[in-house]
Structures are given as structure tokens and as C-alpha cells.
Design a protein around this ligand. Structure first.
Ligand code: PGA
Length: 243
């Protein structure tokens, strides 16, 4: 099996001290993982993360950045600064950014272009709401998010997609294996039609050690983006060691 990506999205949890404590416990348990491991701590914990991951193959980055690297943008994060700290990744368009902070597809397209121009790896999130799924709109919604979101992307550079059904995030309601299989297949087809074949597609939404194995073996599932279960050493260590 090819390497899959197991990514932690810590959202607005942990301070720098808790970040260091997490890594002290986690790193010895992750040594035999065959997966690529990504961390997205909150921006204030990036420096502590960089310190703890120095010299390791585990990658980290920010949960968001602005569409410009610097300027009069009070309160924003700079992708360039993430890079200066040794970060290699930026999460873009998480549904919480879309919903709670009003980020739309056009802005996300600009962010993605900036991130790629800095040679950082974008992990671009898409997903439908429950209402959209029930109205059989999942496919067109994902297609629009990808069409606009990737409209300024550089096809020669790497890109990771994270599919997270909004109704499965933090709810304990994981999508069924069949839903994941069908949707990931659709996303792979959309990506191919847009000229982005071979892009890893992560699944996210209530991934836990007890459902990980089944989901990880579904075709077109390139790994996971994990919220709640990435906060505890034991559960995230179990996830990165899932075969
Ligand atoms: P969850 O969050 O694993 O807690 O559902 C996933 C995410 O928001 O990336």
C-alpha cells in the first residue's frame, strides 16, 4: 500500500506547554508509523511545535493563513512566517473557516495560490452540509468548491485535498464506508477532469481508532484529517499506527 497521510487538526486547543507535553508522549509512539504525519497546531503553538519536531520527518503548518504574506492585515497569519519557522503545510478552507469566518471559494483560491507560490503544501478542505447531502447536492457542491478553489492552483505543484462532510465534523457521526467510497470516487473524478489527478484525498469527520482501519482501506482514501482524536496522545498514536 502507498503511504497515507494522517493529519492532526488541533483547532483552538492546547497552549505551547501542552504542545510540548503532547510531543514528548507522542513521538516515541510514532516511530514505527509507516504513514506521513502532519500537525496543524494553532498559530501560537507553531514555534513550540517547530522546536519539538526539529530534525524529524513529521511535517507541520498552520490551520489558516491570509492571502498575502505581509501588510496591514491585523490579526492574520502569514504563510511566509510559517515557512520561516520550518513549517511546510497550510490548511485552507476548513469548514469552520468557511462557516464561522465567512471564507468563500474565491478568497480560498487566492490563499491556495499564495501557499503554492511559497512552495508550501496546501491541504485544501471541501465538504457538504447535511442539508446539501439530503438534497442530493453533494456532488455539485464539491465540484464548485474544487472548480473555484483550485482555479488559481499550479498544476505542477503538489496539493492535498481533505474531504470532510460538515455533518460528520465533531459530531461523532462518521460517514459510512459506502458514503466515503462513493464520495471519494466522485472527488477523484472531478479532480481528474480539472487536471489534478493523483492528488491525495484525505477523509475527515469523527475519525477515531475504532473506525480508522475500515476507512483507511477504502479506494481513493489517501489518509485522514483528524480533529478530536488528535488531541490525546493515545488516540492519535493509535491512528498513526493503523495499518
Ligand atoms: P473531528 O474534526 O475529527 O473532531 O470530527 C475533523 C476536522 O475538523 O478536521
Amino acid at each position: 500500500m502507498t503511504t497515507q497521510i494522517i493529519a492532526a487538526n488541533w483547532k483552538l486547543y492546547k497552549n505551547p506547554q501542552q504542545t510540548r507535553e503532547f510531543f514528548k508522549g507522542f513521538l516515541p509512539l510514532a516511530e514505527s508509523s509507516t504513514h506521513e504525519i502532519f500537525f496543524f497546531p494553532s498559530a501560537i503553538c507553531l514555534e513550540a511545535t517547530a522546536e519539538m519536531l526539529k530534525g524529524r520527518r513529521i511535517k507541520f503548518g498552520a490551520q489558516n493563513c491570509y492571502s498575502q504574506s505581509q501588510g496591514a492585515f491585523t490579526g492574520e497569519n502569514s504563510a511566509q512566517t510559517v515557512k520561516d519557522l520550518g513549517g511546510e503545510l497550510i490548511l485552507i478552507g476548513h469548514s469552520e473557516r468557511r462557516k464561522s469566518f465567512g471564507e468563500g471559494d474565491q478568497l480560498l483560491a487566492d490563499k491556495l495560490a499564495l501557499v503554492q507560490s511559497l512552495n508550501l503544501l496546501p491541504v485544501f478542505c471541501i465538504g457538504e452540509t447535511l442539508q446539501e447531502r439530503e438534497a442530493h447536492q453533494t456532488q455539485p457542491v464539491l465540484k464548485t468548491q474544487l472548480q473555484i478553489g483550485l482555479s488559481k492552483a499550479d498544476k505542477s505543484k503538489k496539493l492535498v485535498i481533505a474531504y470532510e462532510p460538515v455533518w460528520a465534523i465533531g459530531t461523532g457521526k462518521v460517514a459510512t464506508a459506502q458514503q466515503v467510497q462513493e464520495t471519494h470516487k466522485d472527488i477523484a473524478q472531478i479532480l481528474e477532469s480539472l487536471g489534478f489527478a493523483d492528488c491525495p484525498i484525505l477523509y475527515g469527520g469523527s475519525v477515531k481508532p475504532d473506525n480508522a482501519k475500515e476507512l483507511l482501506h477504502i479506494p481513493h482514501v489517501g489518509g485522514f484529517l483528524v480533529g478530536g482524536a488528535s488531541l490525546e496522545v493515545s488516540s492519535f498514536a493509535a491512528l498513526v499506527n493503523t495499518k
